[in-house]
Ligand binder design. Structure first.
Ligand SMILES: [Fe+2]
Length: 305
């Protein structure tokens, strides 16, 4: 942090490791775009689009994100949910808020402020996105993995954020990551209560947050108050390589081979990377193996998918 000026995001950059989770502090709590009235307005603008994702809070840590909206529907309207979040017993996500010009400026405001520090260790930031989570008290974000690095910033209420190391293959296997990167399936990312005791646990309140690296499993529980959280995510050259190597390993495994773990053989990873790049170039996104658009195209901002 610079003397006299508070950084938007304050992390210990000397110990920052792109592949390891870390707590942080931020100064976004009072930002006008993150207050309830502005979020209701954004929710209305997103109404009827894929920018909204919601479920009711009977879903537990073991729910599959791919099925959660169908199995645990939130029958309240967007406005009712957001205005009455204290009683709504619901979880609502405003996805890809960078599609809205006002919120794109907020995503850039935050990520521009950390870009140089991030890129000292993890160059090539691209595919920026913003996600805003509004959740009732005592609501669980199911156990899952994400395909990019993310900085989760708590704005209102409290949360308990559980994060597991990517190296902990008993919690999430390499095969689970391969399926996820290749087909975006979470079927092999399975919750078990015994995982809790080996998690990094961050109890966050407004002004606090957590850096969560690519495919580090996580699960979140809100506290006694409604919660507002924004997460800023991005890809880098390294996340792109990591995802592509998993895509190719998935292909090799489908041919009956047993590829070594990504990261265990740097030379093989390099070959895998070029192999995956060729496969993705041949097939394009949306075909087999389907690739996240971030692999086929290095766009500045994530595309809603
Ligand atoms: Fe996540």
């Amino acid at each position: 942090m610079h003397a006299g000026t508070a950084a938007l995001i304050d992390m210990d950059w000397s110990t920052f490791d792109p592949l390891h989770t870390q707590g942080l502090r931020h100064t976004l709590t009072d930002h006008p775009l993150l207050q309830p009235d502005q979020l209701v307005a954004l929710g209305k603008r997103f109404q009827g689009s894929s920018h909204l994702f919601t479920f009711n809070n009977t879903a537990g840590a073991d729910a599959n994100f791919d099925d959660v909206a169908r199995l645990y529907p939130n029958r309240r309207s967007v406005t009712d949910t957001l205005q009455g979040i204290n009683e709504a017993k619901a979880w609502m996500l405003l996805r890809h808020v960078q599609a809205d010009p006002t919120y794109r400026a907020l995503v850039d405001f935050v990520l521009d402020s950390v870009k140089s520090q991030v890129e000292e260790k993890d160059p090539g930031m691209y595919y920026r996105a913003g996600w805003i989570f509004i959740a009732s008290p005592h609501t669980v974000t199911p156990f899952h993995i994400d395909r990019n690095h993310g900085m989760l910033l708590q704005i209102h209420g409290t949360k308990k954020v559980y994060v597991w190391d990517a190296e902990d293959l008993d919690v999430c296997s390499e095969q689970a990551r391969e399926c996820f990167h290749s087909r975006h399936e979470l079927d092999k990312v399975k919750w078990d209560e015994s995982f809790r005791e080996r998690a990094h646990v961050f109890e966050v309140s407004p002004g606090m947050g957590v850096y969560i690296p690519i495919t580090c499993p996580h699960m979140v529980e809100t506290g006694d108050d409604p919660s507002i959280t924004i997460s800023l995510t991005y890809s880098t050259e390294a996340t792109r390589r990591n995802a592509m190597e998993h895509v190719l390993n998935d292909l090799l495994r489908s041919k009956g081979l047993k590829p070594p773990r990504v990261g265990s053989h740097p030379l093989l990873d390099r070959l895998n990377y070029f192999g995956a790049a060729a496969v993705i170039a041949m097939h394009g996104q949306g075909s087999h193996p389907p690739a996240c658009p971030s692999l086929a195209h290095r766009t500045a901002y994530a595309v809603a998918d």
